[in-house]
Design a protein around this ligand. Structure first.
Ligand code: HEM
Length: 412
């Protein structure tokens, strides 16, 4: 355990918590070690006011009680609103029972068995990305690997989009994810919307393909096919849901490994342990800091009355360090016996892409460990974080042993 929070830091968390505030970003590493015990539930006056929930059992209660805590768009806490022309995004922004129907449509295309067909292609894509810097002996893993990865993976493999087209569309998603608040984002959202509608139209006219887009095109709810707008919303949340989350989980894991040579060496020599250790990496550095809900009827959470119309924020990063739930919560224990972490959420909205996330992270870590040899943070550099709703370093400058490229051509 590092330095502890002082009383003014605790007061900030107890009364003014705001994940867009650079002070919170600077305190985060220390705060998550203490908040579940010192502030299990507290009220913040930031972003219009909301209840901050740091304790594991209380987050669990809110996650499971969807009748009292709605996921409708009224829940949002933000100082930077998403572009006004962004379509509704089922299943994320709706409640059961309709939300469950969307999940039934998407689930078959996101099982471990179904997505295993993408494994070889993802590994080849990872090889090409690493080839672009492997001869240099140094890289910024954020810029050169972890940020380009999710767009290429999701558009290519989930949606079957050609490589040339991917470069264009992933730039839009990239800008809207990593440059929130950019005044051009409404225009970029329009271009993205138009591109998605065109994709849906083209696919309606095309031959049947066994993929998630066809699943949406042929699905019905109460006998009525989905509208183009509903399909576009689903496609966009699949991309947005898998974007900075994938980037941050890779960077968080690689940072832990860069700072711990013994851990690095253990996983390099025992690659079969990578898959089973992923959940512990997800737990300890939850890429989604937390998520909001809107209270729809007066409810008691951890002894605190939360009234209808109030919003709550489930701070997964803090709850995943709750000592009441996790033994030695601030230690990375690869073979932790009980690990019911909240990094993918819990309940009806639990991440529909978690199998994809696991496969991506496993392949990336396997290839990076094997090809970079021993790596470390570049001398004089530190990891820098940005104030936002997800958690991961913005740059990860690494130094490693240079070696030869493996594939024939570079992918830009
Ligand atoms: C490490 C990577 C990831 C993390 C940490 C993560 C985390 C989460 C969390 C916490 C939720 C719960 C939302 C809520 O309760 O309101 C969620 C939902 C969701 N995620 Fe992920 N996610 C990841 C990767 C992905 C990927 C790769 C995809 C797409 C293939 C994806 C698509 C979605 C979608 C569509 C939802 C909404 C599900 C619903 O509302 O029913 N996620 N994710």
């Amino acid at each position: 355990m590092g330095e502890r929070l002082d009383p003014t830091d605790l007061e900030f968390y107890a009364e003014h918590f705001d994940f867009y505030n650079p002070r919170e970003t600077a305190l985060r590493e220390r705060a998550v070690e203490e908040l579940s015990a010192k502030c299990p539930i507290t009220h913040s006056d930031a972003m219009g006011g909301f209840w901050l929930i740091n304790q594991y059992d209380a987050v669990r209660q809110v996650s499971l009680d969807w009748e009292s805590f709605s996921n409708s768009p009224r829940k949002y806490l933000t100082t930077v609103a998403p572009p006004s022309n962004r379509p509704a995004m089922p299943p994320l922004d709706i409640d059961p029972p309709k939300q469950r129907i969307y999940r039934q449509i998407l689930n078959p295309y996101l099982t471990p068995k179904w997505i295993s067909r993408f494994e070889a292609g993802i590994r080849a894509m990872v090889t090409e990305l690493i080839d672009d810097f492997i001869e240099d002996g140094c890289c910024d893993l954020a810029e050169q690997f972890a940020r380009p990865f999710p767009g290429r993976m999701l558009y290519r493999f989930l949606f079957g989009i050609d490589d040339g087209e991917v470069a264009r569309v992933q730039r839009w998603t990239y800008q809207m994810t990593f440059e929130r608040g950019n005044p051009d984002n409404v225009e970029v959202q329009t271009m993205w919307n138009n591109w998605c509608y065109e994709l849906v139209n083209t696919r309606r006219e095309s031959e049947h393909q066994e993929d998630i887009i066809d699943g949406l095109l042929h699905a019905t709810i109460a006998g009525v096919p989905l509208t183009d707008e509903e399909i576009v919303g689903c496609l966009q949340i699949l991309i947005l849901g898998g974007f900075s989350t994938t980037t941050d989980s890779m960077l968080n894991t690689m940072l832990r490994l860069a700072n711990d040579k013994a851990l690095q060496s253990f996983l390099r020599s025992n690659p079969d342990q990578i898959a089973t250790s992923l959940d512990e990496f997800f737990r300890i550095d939850s890429p989604v800091s937390g998520l909001p809900r809107m209270c729809t009827r007066d409810t008691v959470v951890n002894g605190q009355k939360v009234r209808a119309g109030e919003r709550v924020f489930m701070f997964y990063h803090a709850a995943n360090r709750d000592p009441e739930e996790f033994d030695k919560p601030n230690e990375l224990i690869l073979d932790r016996e009980r690990n019911r972490h909240l990094a993918f959420g819990m309940g009806n909205h639990r991440c529909v892409g978690s199998n994809v996330a696991r496969m991506n992270l496993r392949i990336a870590i396997e290839e990076l460990l094997s090809r970079l040899g021993e790596f470390a943070l570049t001398s004089g550099e530190t990891a820098v974080y940005r104030p936002t709703g997800t958690w991961g370093p913005t740059r990860l400058p690494l130094t490693f042993t240079p070696s030869l490229r493996q594939s024939g051509s570079a992918v830009k």
